[in-house]
Design a protein around this ligand. Structure first.
Ligand SMILES: Nc1nc2c(c(=O)[nH]1)N[C@H]1C(S)=C(S)[C@@H](COP(=O)(O)OP(=O)(O)OC[C@H]3O[C@@H](n4cnc5c(=O)[nH]c(N)nc54)[C@H](O)[C@@H]3O)O[C@H]1N2
Ligand SMILES: Nc1nc2c(c(=O)[nH]1)N[C@H]1C(S)=C(S)[C@@H](COP(=O)(O)OP(=O)(O)OC[C@H]3O[C@@H](n4cnc5c(=O)[nH]c(N)nc54)[C@H](O)[C@@H]3O)O[C@H]1N2
Ligand code: SF4
Ligand SMILES: [Mo]
Length: 722
């Protein structure tokens, strides 16, 4: 057993706080501060601090389970793996390869996400793979790619935030979702900068702001257009920048000019003087930033909404310049890397496109297969879940709990129930795992090594600090074993570094190029920002391998020719300073116009529901609902509503209220606060059962990103009668 502490990163959100794990005499580990990691400098939220609780036997799974009638019973690994291989083979031979579904997660390490995408395409031969990141950052990704030609959540490190002049934070409650990051915004204000928060609720984050705008949910697109209108009307366009660094301004300008401030006030509920004040605060300083999170993105127009905020940045010359820019606060632990290496329906590693012949050739060569055997793009996450039991007969699920987290969850639950076969790899018996035919218990963050890519685009090394308990295996071992049983003996190594070495080659030359990154560099440099290509090996030869080149353990040919110390690419903390990643190097304005939410209130459903998070629970709660301290802080669901709405219903604090949408009914205690708009109620989505917020949500999809509209639907609110 190790006696010294191991530096690593938190298993939860995309901030990927640095922490160290120190061995306990009892055999477990405790979290200790790790001040050397620059993002959190030792600070952690309660989730990170208590993460080792989920490592305990009794909390987590330690034996495979197989279904026997209504029950899941312990089984050997051989039996469980054989059963999965047998069922997948049967489904494939009966219905064809596209009847095999695969669903991944943005919490999986880069190595796992890469291996899962490869497994689907090479071993199963299915196009039907997607992942929960579709529910998370896909609109921001689509907006970023349209405008900049590249999607990396933040194009700059977080340390730039305190040095800009103004930040507009749109639909992010980072005081609860990334608490240690609040420091950057406090420093911004101490330095004289302004913080503007756009959120229908006066959140803990909004309370820190100089200005809080509380628009009606689902109207951020109109809001951004109104601001751009004023920028033009007040002569604040940076004409020189627009001419030198962008294309498409005239169309975007024309679209914005149709959005008069008074019209925008009517749509959003944000007054014209407030709009003018935002424009002043945003335009007066030399630099400014817009950061979006799930509020504006999880809408059926999320991509256009992100586009509108980017247009505002471009018109005012606030992108691709130091201390200025648009960024998205990515959410899951590997939300960034998880969207780059091929678990997405339309994607190959290195952020390559599955329908690009050159990309197929490159990756097929790395994989040692004929490019023509690679399937084409598949369905997006919700569409895949919706097709379960009809077109898609079996599902292999790794790293998500859709019974709680998918929109229109009762329907998704019914679809999952109609599958011929469900296999789930998880660390705990999640609500979805409980429905499986086979459950495989896998190792967790502290028990395995792997890389993640934080919201800054910084690739990080998580290190093994503990020996896993008997009975669990890693996700990589699972894929290796299943591949072998399905006739693919090679190409699925179980050593994460070996997988990473292959990922480097597969990503080389792609948008998210990791080829210049090695485990050794990650350990020495506290992370490396992509793109990090391998420099042309001018002075480097395989014989001159230096400490900065690939580790000796690596097996890949490309890695031995990796750069010598002198030729190492430093990584790219700041993007777009010289050019954007478009063919002509210019950013593209996208002309967008306001449109309503897919479901607007009416007589029958007169109130808006929006959903989100609380600080002490994580996502579907599969992990954090098993931690006593977190449950004590956030024991269950609630419905946040304004006193006026509560009075109309006759509801007092704590009374059970029913929220009813066209999809179903959820019941939870009332939490009455003046911090929410009277026309809106809010529910966190961390719980299953009666208070499940996703029973209500609308799966209307954004046409580009295929993101469901988690943040807006129409509901009726009533006193719950038993
Ligand atoms: N404690 C905790 N932290 C987490 C997570 C967690 O589950 N729990 N999950 C992680 C993940 S995966 C993610 S994606 C991030 C998410 O991080 P955030 O985006 O900060 O989280 P949310 O609570 O989903 O949404 C943010 C805010 O959007 C507001 N909002 C709702 N509707 C609208 C709207 O129409 N417009 C605007 N402008 N705002 C609106 C909500 O009131 C909410 O305060 O958090 C990460 N961190
Ligand atoms: N109403 C509403 N719904 C939402 C949202 C919202 O704002 N409102 N937000 C959406 C967003 S942004 C997201 S990201 C999704 C997230 O929702 P989910 O996709 O359900 O995410 P998690 O709850 O993190 O589920 C991860 C599962 O994988 C397991 N796990 C953790 N690590 C590993 C691992 O290394 N390997 C394997 N095999 N399993 C592992 C965990 O125990 C857990 O069961 O929810 C979405 N749903
Ligand atoms: S903010 Fe995110 S990364 Fe940091 S400790 Fe909390 S959950 Fe972990
Ligand atoms: Mo997310």
């Amino acid at each position: 057993m190790r006696t010294t502490s191991t530096p690593t990163h938190c298993p939860y959100c995309a901030l990927q706080c640095g922490m160290a794990l120190s061995p306990l005499p009892t055999g477990g580990v405790e979290v200790v501060e790790r001040p050397d990691f620059p993002v959190n400098r030792g600070a952690l939220c309660g989730k990170g601090r208590t993460a080792p609780a989920v490592l305990a036997p009794g909390v987590r799974l330690t034996s495979p389970l197989v279904r026997s009638g209504d029950a899941l019973v312990p089984a050997s690994w051989e039996e469980a793996l054989d059963r999965i291989a047998r069922e997948l083979t049967r489904v494939r031979s009966t219905y064809g390869a596209d009847a095999l579904g695969v669903f991944g997660g943005g919490g999986l390490t880069n190595e796992k996400a890469y291996a899962l995408g490869k497994f689907a395409r090479v071993v199963l031969g299915t196009s039907q793979i997607d992942y929960n990141g579709r529910f998370c950052m896909s609109s921001a990704a689509a907006g970023g790619i349209k405008a900049f030609g590249l999607d990396r959540g933040l194009p700059f490190p977080m340390e730039d935030i305190p040095r800009t002049g103004c930040v507009i934070l749109v639909g992010s409650n980072l005081a609860e979702t990334m608490p240690p990051s609040l420091r950057f915004f406090h420093e911004l204000r101490e330095n004289g900068g302004t913080l503007i928060v756009v959120d229908p609720r006066r959140t803990r984050t909004a309370e820190q702001a100089d200005l809080h705008l509380a628009p009606r949910p689902g109207t951020d697109l109109a809001l951004a257009l109104g601001l751009l209108h004023l920028v033009v009307a007040e002569g604040r366009v940076d004409e020189e920048y627009v001419a030198a660094r962008t294309t498409g301004w005239e169309d975007a300008r024309a679209a914005a000019m149709a959005h008069w401030p008074e019209y925008v006030e009517r749509i959003t509920g944000v007054s014209v003087p407030e709009l003018r004040e935002v424009v002043r605060l945003f335009c007066e300083p030399e630099n400014a930033m817009v950061l979006t999170a799930r509020g504006p993105e999880q809408q059926s127009k999320g991509t256009d909404t992100v586009g509108a905020w980017i247009n505002l940045c471009l018109a005012t010359g606030r992108a691709g310049r130091p201390l200025s820019g648009y960024g998205c606060l990515t959410g899951q632990g590997n939300g960034q890397g998880g969207r780059e290496h091929g678990q997405k329906a339309d994607q190959l590693p290195g952020y390559r496109k599955l329908d690009d012949p050159a990309a197929r050739r490159h990756v097929a060569e790395v994989w040692g297969v004929d490019p023509d055997t690679l399937p084409g793009p598949g369905r997006s996450a919700y569409e895949l879940l919706d097709a379960l039991g009809t077109d898609v007969k079996s599902l292999l699920l790794m790293g998500s709990n859709p019974i709680v987290s998918a929109p229109r969850a009762a329907h998704v639950e019914e679809r999952i129930g109609s599958l011929d076969f469900l296999a789930v790899c998880d660390v705990v018996l999640s609500e979805t795992a409980a429905l499986a035919d086979v459950v495989l218990p896998v190792t967790q963050w502290a028990e395995e090594t792997g890389t993640t890519t934080s919201l800054e685009g910084r690739v990080l090394l998580r290190r093994q600090a503990l020996t896993p308990p008997d009975g669990v295996r890693s996700d990589l071992e699972v894929l290796h074993e299943l591949a072998a049983r399905l006739g693919v003996e090679k190409g699925f190594p179980t050593d994460p570094e070996e997988v990473f070495e292959e990922l480097r080659r597969a990503s080389a030359g792609g948008i998210a190029d990791y080829s210049g990154i090695t485990y050794r560099r990650l350990a020495e440099e506290n992370g490396v920002f992509w793109p990090c290509p391998t420099p042309a090996p001018a002075s480097a030869s395989p014989a001159s391998a230096s400490p900065a080149s690939a580790s000796p353990a690596s097996t890949s040919a490309a890695s031995t020719s990796a750069a010598s110390t002198s030729a190492v690419h430093p990584g790219t903390p700041r993007l777009f300073l010289d050019r954007f990643a478009t063919p002509d190097g210019r950013a593209r304005f996208v002309p967008v116009s306001h449109r309503p939410a897919a479901e607007e209130p009416d007589e029958e459903y007169p109130v808006l529901l929006t959903t989100g998070r609380v600080v002490s629970q994580y996502q579907s709660g599969a992990q954090t609902r098993r931690v006593d301290e977190l449950n004590a802080a956030a024991p269950g669901p609630f419905v946040e509503l304004h006193p006026r709405l509560a009075a109309r219903l006759g509801a007092a604090e704590g009374d059970p209220v029913a929220v009813v949408s066209r999809r179903g009914r959820a019941v939870a205690p009332a939490r009455i606060t003046t911090g929410i708009r009277p026309d809106t109620v809010f529910m966190p989505f961390h719980w299953p059962g009666e208070g499940r917020a996703n029973t209500l949500t609308n799966p209307a999809l954004d046409p580009t990103s295929r993101m469901p509209e988690f943040k807006v639907c129409a509901v009726r609110v009533e006193i719950a009668t038993p």
